[in-house]
Design a protein around this ligand. Structure first.
Ligand code: SAM
Length: 248
């Protein structure tokens, strides 16, 4: 029976394309791609010629019928986005939901994903985290999101683009405070890959003083709120002091 393969592609370094991704792209009959020009470059790099059909945010729901027809006719399909794992802040959700509902098999071909790559090297708590993707492009929307996340204790992870990174940090400081610890992962797997660690205030100052730091693609990881932990440690401290006083 025909299947839909969700194939992860590199987020910068082409060597991150897995052997299984190459085999899958070689095997499938047709590839649905977020931007056919971007995927054509990847296929050319692999020496592959495949029918490429666009599937992006503006035509995704309309494309579903076509994909289902393809699958009914026995065609194996791949879904790729411009970079990284499809559906992760990328098109494909409606498609996968409807293809699953129609009873076809959907096979993930895992690989690069900026959120996971950033988290694995950031040095923030990884046992529990939440991914918020892109916040609003507008300041008011971003502030509303940060407000809702103010007491969130899990590590918070966001995607951001180069022209909004400064505004993003400004709003973060307004709502979460200047002292909140962050990690900014920039240009992962690429030539200028960098991790910046520090308080929100220090990182914004650094960004404003360094135009190179404002270039490229960003994952922002924010240390979770530790209000309860702080409260607990204050109580432990008080108990210790009380103990000492009683002993005196
Ligand atoms: N599907 C992709 C994934 O699996 O990570 C994400 C696609 S989303 C449209 C693009 C955003 O992901 C960028 O604005 C940036 O926040 C993040 N991103 C993608 N590649 C990156 C990289 N090499 N370094 C840092 N962030 C990256």
């Amino acid at each position: 029976k025909a299947s839909l393969y969700c194939v992860a592609t590199p987020i910068g370094n082409l060597a991150d394309l897995t052997e299984r991704a190459i085999k899958t792209l070689t095997m499938v009959d047709k590839i649905y791609a977020e931007d056919t020009r971007v995927s054509l470059r990847l296929l050319t790099h692999l020496g592959l010629q495949k029918p490429l059909v666009s599937l992006h945010d503006h035509n995704e729901t309309a494309r579903v019928a076509q994909v289902l027809t393809d699958l009914e006719q026995g065609l194996n399909l791949a879904l790729v986005s411009d970079a990284g794992t499809p559906l992760i802040s990328d098109p494909g959700y409606h498609l996968v939901k409807d293809v699953a509902a129609a009873g076809f098999r959907i096979i993930p071909i895992p690989g690069a994903c900026a959120v996971v790559a950033a988290l694995s090297a950031a040095g923030l708590a990884t046992d529990r985290f939440i991914f918020e993707g892109f916040l609003s492009a507008k300041s008011a929307g971003r502030r509303a999101s940060f407000t809702a996340l103010k007491t969130e204790e899990r590590t918070l992870i966001f995607y951001e683009s180069s022209h909004r990174i400064a505004g993003f940090l400004e709003d973060l400081i307004t709502v979460l405070g200047a002292e909140r610890e962050l990690v900014i992962a920039r240009e992962l797997t690429k030539l200028y890959e960098s991790f910046y660690r520090g308080t929100a205030e220090a990182l914004l100052a650094r960004l404003q003083g360094d135009s190179d730091m404002q270039k490229g693609e960003f994952v922002v990881l924010v240390k979770g709120a530790n209000a309860i932990l702080e409260q607990a440690s204050v109580e432990v401290e008080a108990a210790t002091v009380l103990q000492i006083l009683l002993e005196e």
